[in-house]
Write a protein that binds this ligand. Structure first.
Ligand SMILES: NC(=O)c1ccc[n+]([C@@H]2O[C@H](COP(=O)([O-])OP(=O)(O)OC[C@H]3O[C@@H](n4cnc5c(N)ncnc54)[C@H](O)[C@@H]3O)[C@@H](O)[C@H]2O)c1
Ligand SMILES: CC(C)CCC[C@@H](C)[C@H]1CC[C@H]2[C@@H]3[C@H](O)C=C4C[C@@H](O)CC[C@]4(C)[C@H]3CC[C@]12C
Length: 369
């Protein structure tokens, strides 16, 4: 008993802890980090599910706050041993302005780094993205690459641009002296397209399929591979990195790691069918039903409509020139860097990840389309 009381000494802060990934990180920490004394969850919007966590042995502190507000971030970070910075504005559909995306993703990350430095927090894990590498605007394939694979990263879209700038800030901050004189240890995790329970885009596509009479129409050739990783494994990587950063600071500090697991290499649409198929949806066509030039035209039309309608309403469909380019460019990773550096093995097999995701889709209310 005395041992476990003594062992429970760490204070963790998860920014964006109520988001899709953040919730999984929070739950994983509570299950798999026995040294936790307090878990602070910082988010713009707090989820009602947090209440149920407050009855456990770890003190769960919910903090409604905005990463763009430096004073709010400092107050949340003060006294934390580890910060997992997963808050971000994930928008590739033109819902938010480029300035807002920059403010949240870049200035927000600067605020987190400065808060660590000012308050003496030594360990910072940043949720980056595969998008800091690519796909690039030239449509170059990244075929089962790793962290060292050369690739021409060119960003024109505000979201990947902001993630790339934020990642650079985090990596550059590694080694800075925090209050008390110890060095800040940082690293960045780069998930590919995350899937699993709570994935909003999967939900949208499922409902779209239901509205279309249980059908989805193939738009992307089956040969285009899109990297995907299960949310539980991404969360597990965050927990492991946070745990190992202290012991392996020299090796892991300033490093980037792709998030990977045993999810199969498939096109975006074929991969989604692994879950949507067993839930009654069918992907029509072995080849794209529309020629690529027509899809590009439709995507451009959507972008034009978005611009024209902006004063009246927000028109933000899934298809736009950027999402089409991402879905239509092979981008997959094959690496074991996380295994070599901190012993990562996926916690969930592909079969588990698939079953859990299917169960979640099945539990959705089909009438809520
Ligand atoms: N979803 C993916 O496929 C994917 C892939 C790679 C990387 N990522 C990264 O993972 C992180 C989490 O993404 P997600 O998919 O869970 O998105 P999400 O939108 O579900 O979660 C982001 C969370 O951040 C919070 N947030 C946004 N602005 C904030 C602000 N100003 N202050 C405080 N909190 C704020 C949101 O309220 C939300 O809860 C992001 O940094 C994203 O860039 C996501
Ligand atoms: C062209 C249509 C037929 C299909 C549109 C699908 C499109 C909305 C999907 C395809 C790929 C998706 C992105 C990809 O999985 C990886 C990421 C990285 C992450 O950091 C943020 C989300 C994002 C950009 C996904 C967004 C949705 C995309 C573009």
């Amino acid at each position: 008993m005395a041992d476990s009381a003594q062992a429970q000494k760490l204070v963790y802060l998860v920014t964006g802890g109520c988001g899709f990934l953040g919730e999984h990180v929070v739950r994983m920490l509570l299950q798999r980090e026995p040294r936790l004394r307090e878990l602070r969850i910082f988010d713009l919007q707090l989820g009602p599910w947090l209440e149920e966590l407050k009855t456990g042995p770890v003190q769960v502190t919910a903090i409604q706050g905005d990463v763009t507000q430096a004073h709010e971030v400092i107050a949340a970070v003060a006294g934390a041993h580890v910060v997992i910075h997963a808050a971000g504005l994930v928008d590739v559909f033109g819902r938010a302005s480029p300035e807002t995306i920059h403010e949240v993703n870049v200035q927000g990350t600067k605020n987190v780094i400065e808060a660590c430095v000012q308050t003496g927090t030594q360990f910072l894990v940043y949720t980056s993205s595969m998008e800091v590498v690519g796909p690039n605007v030239k449509g170059h394939p990244f075929y089962r690459g790793n962290e060292d694979t050369p690739y021409e990263a060119v960003h024109r879209h505000p979201y990947p641009h902001s993630k790339a700038l934020a990642e650079q800030l985090v990596l550059k901050a590694n080694g800075r002296k925090v209050r008390g004189g110890l060095p800040l240890v940082t690293c960045a995790l780069r998930p590919t397209g995350i899937y699993g329970e709570g994935h909003q885009i999967m939900r949208d596509i499922y409902y779209q399929g239901l509205r279309l009479g249980g059908r989805l129409f193939r738009a992307i050739p089956a040969s285009v591979e899109h990297g995907r990783v299960y949310v539980g494994n991404v969360a597990w990587m965050h927990v492991l990195v946070a745990r190992e950063l202290e012991q392996r600071a020299a090796l892991m500090g300033g490093q980037v790691y792709f998030c990977y697991d045993k999810s199969p290499y498939k096109s975006y649409e074929d991969f989604n069918m692994e879950f949507l198929g067993p839930c009654g949806l069918r992907l029509v066509g072995t080849r794209p039903l529309l020629p690529y030039w027509l899809l590009m035209l439709l995507a451009a039309l959507n972008a034009l409509l978005q611009w024209l309608l902006r004063p009246l309403l927000l028109y933000a469909p899934l298809l736009n020139p950027y999402t089409l380019a991402v879905a239509n460019t092979t981008f997959t990773v094959s690496t074991n860097k996380a295994q070599r550096h901190f012993g990562y093995e996926p916690l969930f097999s592909w079969e588990d990840s698939r079953t859990r995701t299917i169960r979640w889709v099945q539990a959705m209310d089909g009438s809520a389309q």
